[in-house]
Design a protein around this ligand. Sequence first.
Ligand code: AHG
Ligand code: MN
Ligand code: MN
Length: 356
Amino acid sequence: MQVVKTLGQFIIEKQNDFPYAKGELSRLLRDIGIAAKIVNREVNKAGLMDILGDAGTMNIQGECQKKLDVYANEQFISALQSGGECCIVASEENDEFIHIEGEVSKNAKYIVAIDPLDGSSNIDVNVAVGTIFSIYRRKTTEGKATIEDVLQRGTEQVAAGYVIYGSSTMLVYTTGKGVNGFTLDPSIGEFCLSHPEMKIPADGTIYSINEGNYVHFPDGVKKYLKYCQVEDVDTKRPYTSRYIGSMVADIHRNMIKGGIFLYPTTASAPSGKLRLVYECNPMSFIIEQAGGRATDGFERILDKEVVGLHQRSCIFIGSENMVRKVEELMKEFSPRQGADKVEAKLEDLGVIGGID
Ligand code: AHG
Ligand code: MN
Ligand code: MN
């Protein structure tokens, strides 16, 4: 008889990896797993229910929220609220972070940052979407947790993961000791270990980028795209272009097959479109733990200073050698130096430049 290991069993088994932890992180991961199952149920029903379309509210980035974004946001927040291990939730869908109050959470030590529904423009067309989460330990030791507890560098993450609602639903996470993937078995309603110790190939043949923005890309990225398209038998070029438009789905595919995902700066997003706290840091932690690489072309994503909840970053993430190649071309053709450096920093921090 084949023995399946559920997410719950796996989490408990791994609890011993953290000798000083008292099970709080395990419980937090379990709460996220439960919320993911609830969101999965709704995502699967999306085509049947009258819940498609805009909820009519705008998030802080000025984007129109879909109803499922709102639903997923509420589900994750409520699971974290009742779980009692989380003192702050910062969500891409909320302008400000949320304090979790109440008796059950009074000793909570963890901060959760979340992109409750990633790739939401794909919902209406039945294409994979995801959830991204990131967990930090609070830094302050007394009173209410503060913004200082939230604005931690990516290197401070104690866990990160994503859920992909695709042809099957998977939850993939790391606590800094490798990456493991669990597939939801709908017949028993459990995530089961299906992808132990995931590793991203060091080389790949897939590049993922919204090439429609080509004209606005830095020269280093333009050169890299041409490099991907040139014929070369030894390096299996030309590479294949694949872009879903859900970061989770694009990176998940690349993690399994080998590849690179790029979201560079553009005219409308001068410091990149994706959010450092909710998207870039957690995905970078996972990819690094799987043996890959993630940078903004100049600096490791996880080392970037975090000064704003909704701060943006450009990102090159995936198979190590592919990311190194873009970095090499960025250095050669789009070097960041002197005044540029200062300007880029100010843009990253949201002090100058616009957002889309
Ligand atoms: P979200 O749905 O959380 O706003 O994220 C969408 C993100 C990301 O998932 C995706 O890779 C990217 O936006 C797509 O952007 P473009 O449509 O500009 O290519
Ligand atoms: Mn997103
Ligand atoms: Mn989102």
